[in-house]
Ligand binder design. Sequence first.
Ligand SMILES: Nc1ncnc2c1ncn2[C@@H]1O[C@H](COP(=O)(O)OP(=O)(O)OP(=O)(O)O)[C@@H](O)[C@H]1O
Length: 441
Amino acid sequence: MTELDSLWETVQNEFKKSITPPTYENVVAPAKAYSLQNHQLTVVVPTDYHLGWWQKSLNVQLKHIWHEQTGEEIEPRYVLTKDLINVKNEGHNSDKPTYKTQTPLNPEYTFENFVEGRTNQFAYASAFAASEQPGGLYNPLLIYGDVGLGKTHLMQAIANNMLVHNPDAKIKYVTSENFMNDYINSIKSGTQEQFRQEYRDLDALLVDDVQFFSEKNGTQLEFFNTFNSLHDNNKQIVLTADQNPKEIPNLTDRLVSRFVWGLTVEITAPDLETRIAILNRKAEEENIQDIPNEVFSYIASKINTNVRELEGALMRVRVFADLHKTSINESVAREALQGIGNDAPATLSIDLIQKKVAAHFNINQSDITGKKRVKNIVVPRQIAMYLSRELTDNSLPRIGKEFGGKDHTTVLHAIDKIEKQLDTDSELQNEINSLKKDLRP
Ligand SMILES: Nc1ncnc2c1ncn2[C@@H]1O[C@H](COP(=O)(O)OP(=O)(O)OP(=O)(O)O)[C@@H](O)[C@H]1O
């Protein structure tokens, strides 16, 4: 056992005294001290969930315990096991080539484990198609969107699926930062030829977060050449970015034009139904049983942007219930998630939308929920259904119910109609904008 290992054991024992056994077992025990350099303690943790706990809840205590035990002030940093390879590459001796960055694929990032919904199904279908016919129509495939929406998951699912079909496929997954570091290190060590071979002799290259190339002109040029070489040989390229590549500042035009050569798809935040489905899937994966449906709905309505945070919230509820030795129910979830996510979930109700739309068109609310098929009532009814979907988190069946017990397909048809008309009808656009302003000042 190294000195650091035994010190870490002492630190863990100190934690044990001040936190409950489930938090210790679930969160503290799985963490390992990896290195201590220049007052920076690197701690390796297995999942995003652990990362969140350490960064948000245990960081101050760790610094305190460390100081008490050693007299040393430290600045901890937390690294996922899967990212350890990057840490290992840091500070490598410059005469050793380090162009061999190889971040392992996460075997859990498969298409089967990805929940499809309205906002990600195009990205999902494109990624699946690219993995079935690498180097084909969707080359490169670029997936962009906000943080934590599943871009890396889909990108790695492509690689995992390619490997199912061809276990010998040469696939490299790197972040754009890895690519740059590899490139710089190859220059330093005079191993550019090997670097090029390494990157160009692949069946698929996956590069995460290409927005990082912004302003890195030398790296952009090298990547441009790598890209061309792979593309010319019909090798699959998959890229992700946090925004549309055309909007990434300081990327050369020729690189942007390469990025959008194949197919560019966006992922946006999942809707309520998808968030609930993701939570169900996650609970199954983590073997968390007996969660009532209203708890899934509550968590999904609180966290409505980032899937990573959604997963974190579920784990938080679980640990909270463990700590209090209680089963998971809605009031436990409310307590566990105090101060997290949407503290003031939208109070806008379908009832209010119906009232406002009725007043706007000078008809009665009962017309909106009724069955009359005359045009001056049908259109406001469709608009009210559309707004109920846009501005609240209610599901289609729920909306149908509130509109006098209509079927969810009727609601879907109404929304579809309005969406299509909005593309061309500026009067309708103005009408809807003004109603939205009125409903959400
Ligand atoms: N539709 C989905 N179904 C199941 N899991 C999902 C889905 N979307 C995201 N996730 C999960 O959410 C977490 C975050 O996803 P991921 O890392 O792929 O996001 P990202 O868009 O690459 O974020 P970042 O920009 O921060 O890198 C992962 O655990 C992933 O498996």
